[in-house]
Design a protein around this ligand. Structure first.
Ligand code: DC
Length: 228
């Protein structure tokens, strides 16, 4: 049975990772959280005090950054230089800086290279901003996910609260609108819908409805690829 690549792109906090994880679990595919990689790079800058506006410091930092994923208690965790940073990378201080860091071409080049290596054998669900346009332009299924920003802020608020991370709803809304703006207008690999992506607006969809719709699309593509 041939496996496919599923690329899920879209705005901040619209449930890309929830959908990607659910699809990966159902299909027994690997899950690649590309945003976690940009968050880990950002955390490195914040923790070391290196200045990400300085090209030489960025190059130097990238030489000292190694990111990998591991399963911890059944969940996908991000490791930065062998330290589990899964919790730290979700904090607001990282969210405040991640979009400018992700706009740096040298950072993108390094991350995209690693992401493409992870997709070599296919059988992967990846979520991010440039997965269907730059990382895997030949992905067999591309989904572009979106939702109203108020609904996204409320969902993020609940998600952070569940993790014990305190952040105000207003700050969350401001941050996600700001990130959407930077991510969509940057020069290198801006967030945009790939021409061949299917749009899912999940403002009024439950997780189950969204999962069922995406799974239907995935199974259809897998069948087509295997019949060809
Ligand atoms: O998906 P996320 O919110 O964890 O992503 C964090 C930031 O990383 C997001 O604001 C933009 C950036 N990002 C990116 O530029 N390209 C990706 N493929 C994934 C994330």
């Amino acid at each position: 049975m041939k496996k496919i690549i599923i690329a899920i792109d879209g705005h901040s906090s619209c449930g890309k990772s929830t959908l990607a994880k659910a699809l990966a679990k159902t299909l027994h595919y690997a899950y690649l959280d590309s945003g976690a990689m940009y968050r880990a790079v950002t955390l490195y800058f914040l923790n070391t005090g290196a200045d990400y506006h300085d090209g030489a410091q960025v190059e130097e930092a990238l030489r000292h950054i190694s990111i990998h994923f591991e399963r911890v208690d059944g969940h996908n965790h991000t490791f930065l230089n062998d330290v589990d940073v899964e919790r730290d990378i979700r904090e607001m201080r990282v969210s405040e800086h991640v979009s400018p860091v992700a706009a740096i071409s040298a950072v993108r080049r390094a991350m995209v290279k690693q992401q493409q290596a992870m997709g070599k054998r296919r059988g992967i669900v990846a979520d991010g901003r440039d997965i269907g346009t730059v990382v895997f332009p030949d992905a067999e299924l591309k989904i572009f996910l979106t939702a109203d920003s108020d609904v996204r802020a409320s969902r993020r608020h609940l998600e952070l609260a569940a993790k014990g991370i305190d952040a105000s709803w207003d700050d969350i809304l401001r941050n996600l609108e700001e990130r959407d703006h930077i991510d969509s207008t940057r020069e290198d690999s801006p967030l945009k819908k790939a021409d061949d992506a299917v749009v899912i607006d999940n403002t009024l969809l439950s997780e189950e409805e969204q999962h069922a719709r995406a799974l239907g699309l995935a199974r259809g593509r897998i069948a087509e690829i295997n019949e060809a």
